[in-house]
Design a protein around this ligand. Structure first.
Ligand SMILES: Nc1ncnc2c1ncn2[C@@H]1O[C@H](COP(=O)(O)OP(=O)(O)OP(=O)(O)O)[C@@H](O)[C@H]1O
Ligand SMILES: [Mg+2]
Length: 158
């Protein structure tokens, strides 16, 4: 099963993120795909707000991982500048992936082989202008259930 949602503004994408945040449990991992400026960070900002993170979540220029404190910790990986899997392994990623927070990864295609069996893939595609098609591809039982719950939320804009 998968799901596509269209948003028409950054605000709407953040609202969708807040809805998603309600379904997050400690240890979840979301892998984000989509070109530069697609809206990966924007969606993660909405999810983080929903998890009561007070800091403003940005894509760090030179750090690969940022850790935020919220209702649960948020581990935000941005792998755009990652050069090699050795560099990734040096981060000690298991502590995050198998920890008690939410792990959110931009440019997850760079570390596809290290993703756990259970994770949610989210792809964001430019439609035009401010329109984005956000597609969900659950991997593993945990996220099949997650997606069924998300689909029940008929209108995330409410
Ligand atoms: N519907 C929309 N959803 C999300 N962002 C949108 C939307 N419409 C316009 N935007 C704009 O698109 C940009 C998305 O930027 P963002 O930093 O979230 O992208 P990104 O995918 O994280 O890019 P990068 O790979 O460079 O980190 C922002 O400037 C935002 O205002
Ligand atoms: Mg980004």
């Amino acid at each position: 099963m998968n799901l596509n949602i269209i948003t028409e503004s950054p605000e709407e994408t953040k609202k969708l993120g807040k809805r998603i945040s309600k379904l997050i449990i400690p240890g979840d991992l979301i892998a984000f795909y989509g070109e530069l400026g697609a809206g990966k960070t924007c969606l993660i900002q909405g999810i983080s707000q929903g998890l009561e993170v007070q800091d403003y979540v940005t894509s760090p220029s030179f750090t690969i991982i940022n850790e935020y404190t919220g209702k649960i910790p948020v581990y935000h990986f941005d792998l755009f500048r990652l050069n090699s899997s050795e560099e990734f392994l040096d981060l000690g990623y298991e502590e995050y992936f198998y920890g008690e927070g939410l792990t959110a990864i931009e440019w997850a295609e760079k570390i596809e082989d290290f993703l756990p069996n259970n994770h949610l893939k989210i792809n964001i595609k430019f439609s035009n202008y401010d329109k984005r098609t956000i597609s969900f591809f659950p991997q593993g039982d945990r996220f099949e259930i997650f997606l069924k719950e998300l689909i029940k939320i008929e209108n995330f804009r409410d």
